[in-house]
Design a protein around this ligand. Structure first.
Ligand code: PMP
Ligand code: GLN
Length: 389
């Protein structure tokens, strides 16, 4: 259909990974870790396959996994969900987001999103024939923040959903309590549903806490909380995700997802149930190691005179193309692959407001320390060579 034409062709993530593979560049583009998840997770999957868990799961997900998700949400956020009616397992967070937008909105409705936004959001909104209403996250000298008035102005008579990603890709912003309270108030006032993408929920740094919007007073009944095992257990290729929320919202996601994929990898679901129960100490180690790797990369870039922006979560940190004498992050990323041997993502690909994101470049630090050091040295060298003497 005409409305999907602009989404034809590979995504920026596939494109940069292919380029990195072709050229042998250090791949700090697509966000996936270069080491495996906890051994218990991998063993549990092998075990489930050996035990014959190889046929369709229940469409709503294995009971063991739904139970484990409920236990985590209760422990982490004090929000309880009934695994039989208020949780659904999906093919990654991506399917949960798609099913939510398709199921909760009618054509012509509006969805508020913070800009920049993860690439699947725009495509899914186009599929659902829903208009996206962006609210810009602007860097104010210390952090990326939105203008509360701009958020209020974004609400109109057709607004159905507010879609919130925290910790936020690509900025690394973790929405704080005051921001979430403001968002919550607006949702209550205008009777909006909030869909939260929390796939980086455990990957937060600098003692910052990830807060779930669903845990704020009065919000449990109007929030669909989405997450997945990909980032938490370094298993991005497994595509095991889920959504939690009141039965009216989860029921809608269940309806859509049963006809999109019906179910997702039975033995993988069994293994993720084990990991959510037994491997949270491993996740804390992963978190701490990602924080160190972020620091390593940022220190290397800064030593080369490259401006970076604060990131308190996710796999990502952004740098400024202007440190390389360029206003154009997209052109810089193309040059960096061939001339510096580093693949990165031009953040503009994730911006609705192209002018706002033009000079930003996203780097993934979920990589081996040697690779990060090498990439930082190459970037620093490239930036020095590009700057006037
Ligand atoms: N949301 C965000 C913000 C992401 O960065 C990603 C990519 N990893 C996803 C959703 C997709 O998650 P999944 O792989 O579980 O579908
Ligand atoms: N979430 C990953 C990123 O932002 C990409 C996942 C994908 O390629 N769809 O890099």
């Amino acid at each position: 259909a005409a409305r999907l034409r602009e989404y034809a062709g590979p995504t920026i993530f596939s494109e940069m990974t292919a380029l990195a593979q072709e050229t042998g560049a250090a791949n700090l583009g697509q966000g996936f870790p270069d080491s495996d998840g906890p051994p218990e997770l991998l063993d549990a999957a092998r075990d489930a396959i050996a035990r014959g868990m190889n046929q369709y799961p229940p469409a709503i997900g294995l009971p063991a996994l739904r139970g484990a998700i409920a236990a985590r949400r209760a422990d982490d956020h004090g929000v309880s969900y009934d695994p039989d009616h208020e949780i659904v397992v999906t093919a990654g967070a991506t399917e949960a987001i798609a099913a939510a937008l398709i199921g909760l909105c009618d054509p012509g409705d509006e969805v508020i999103v913070f800009d920049p936004l993860y690439d699947s959001y725009s495509a899914c909104l186009a599929m659902a024939q829903v208009r996206r209403v962006p609210v810009l996250l602007e860097y104010d000298g210390t952090r990326f923040a939105f203008d509360p008035d701009a958020l209020r102005r974004a609400v109109g008579p057709r607004t159905k959903v507010l879609l919130l990603n925290t910790p936020h890709n690509p900025t690394g912003k973790v929405f704080d309590e005051a921001e979430l309270e403001l968002i919550a108030r607006l949702c209550v006032e205008h009777d909006l549903i909030a869909v939260t993408d929390e796939v980086y929920e455990y990957l937060v740094y600098d003692r910052v806490r990830h807060l779930s919007l669903a845990a704020l007073p009065g919000m449990r009944e109007r929030v669909l909380s989405i997450s997945s095992a990909g980032k938490t257990f370094s298993s991005t290729g497994w595509k095991v995700g889920w959504a939690c929320g009141p039965a009216r919202l989860v029921g809608t996601v269940r309806t859509v997802k049963q006809y999109l994929t019906f179910g997702t990898g039975t033995p993988l679901q069994a293994a993720v149930a084990v990991a959510l129960t037994d491997c949270m100490p491993w996740v804390e180690e992963l978190r701490a190691s990602l924080e160190r790797r972020r620091d390593l990369l940022v220190a290397g870039l800064r030593a080369g005179g490259i401006t970076t922006y604060p990131s308190h979560g996710t796999y990502f940190v952004q740098m400024d193309a202007r440190s390389f004498g360029s206003e154009d992050g997209q052109a810089l990323c193309r040059a960096l692959v061939t001339e510096a041997g580093v693949a990165a993502i031009p953040s503009v690909a994730l911006y609705d407001d192209k002018a706002a994101g033009r000079h930003l470049v996203r780097l993934a630090f979920c990589k081996d320390e040697d690779l990060l050091s090498r990439a930082a040295r190459r970037l620093a060298g490239h930036a020095r060579a590009a700057r006037p003497l």
